[in-house]
Design a protein around this ligand. Structure first.
Ligand SMILES: Nc1nc2c(ncn2[C@@H]2O[C@H](COP(=O)(O)OP(=O)(O)OP(=O)(O)O)[C@@H](O)[C@H]2O)c(=O)[nH]1
Ligand SMILES: [Zn+2]
Length: 226
């Protein structure tokens, strides 16, 4: 049985065909059989097919490069985070200065792609941790957000993947992440609610305690503009 069939059956049983229950991005076991150049070539042909089906004239000067442009953008940019080879190295250091309070990296710019419509998700991630002896370079938090954002995503899973990765790098459960993001699939089509945004949160370890969580949330101004 093909792996897609197995996944589909699971979803059917749950009566939910578009929310995966796993915190891992649903990838097939042959996901990396093709290298990036082969993927670009194949996607280019598929995008070309979509455009032709829509009746577009691909000899037009402005359109003729689009299939290749989209294919390169998918593989190297907006879905680049599917490839574990692109995962950022989270350089960690000993906490020599014994800083024992919360560290918050807030207003991290987030661009992702909704996996249901392949439309952009645009927002901010706010990440916090309390060191238990290891500290991570500040920019690595932004890089980890960016890496997991560069996948087809649902916001809930993205939020969890960011926290799990930082917990691993820092060797502590005490990590939290809040994301506030606009989904263009809600804002620009469908219900077309331009003002709504989606807030998700994942609190690990000490962040499950009310006072710690409140301190973190007090540092944030969720009315950030994006
Ligand atoms: N939980 C969750 N849902 C999302 C996310 N991004 C998009 N969605 C929702 O996924 C759902 C897909 O539902 P469908 O009914 O299959 O799609 P649709 O017919 O295009 O639905 P409408 O958007 O209501 O027009 C929509 O309700 C989206 O708003 C996300 O990150 N998390
Ligand atoms: Zn969507």
């Amino acid at each position: 049985m093909k792996i897609e069939d197995t996944l589909e059956n699971q979803f059917d049983e749950l009566g939910n065909d578009h929310i995966s229950t796993s915190e891992d991005t649903p990838l097939r076991s042959d996901a990396f059989d093709l290298d990036d150049a082969e993927k670009i070539e194949r996607i280019r042909e598929n995008v070309r097919e979509i455009m032709l089906t829509l009746g577009l004239d691909l000899t037009d000067d402005s359109l003729k490069g689009t299939p290749n442009r989209v294919a390169k953008m998918y593989v190297n940019e907006i879905f680049g985070g599917l490839n574990p080879a692109r995962k950022p190295k989270a350089s960690t250091f000993d906490n020599k200065y014994k800083y024992g309070e919360m560290l918050v990296e807030k207003n991290i710019t987030l661009y992702s792609t909704c996996e249901h419509h392949l439309l952009p998700i645009v927002g901010r991630a706010h990440v916090a941790y309390i060191s238990n002896g290891t500290v991570v370079g500040l920019s690595k938090m932004n890089r980890i957000v960016d890496y997991y954002a560069k996948r087809p995503q649902v916001q809930e899973r993205l939020n969890i993947q960011i926290v799990r990765e930082l917990q691993k790098a820092l060797g502590t459960e005490d990590v939290a992440c809040v994301i506030d993001a606009k989904h263009l699939c809600v804002n620009s089509r469908g219900i077309r609610d331009i003002d709504s945004s989606t807030v998700t949160a994942e609190y690990g370890g000490k962040f499950k305690e009310e006072l710690v969580r409140r301190e973190f949330l007090n540092y944030l101004n969720l009315d950030t503009h994006f």
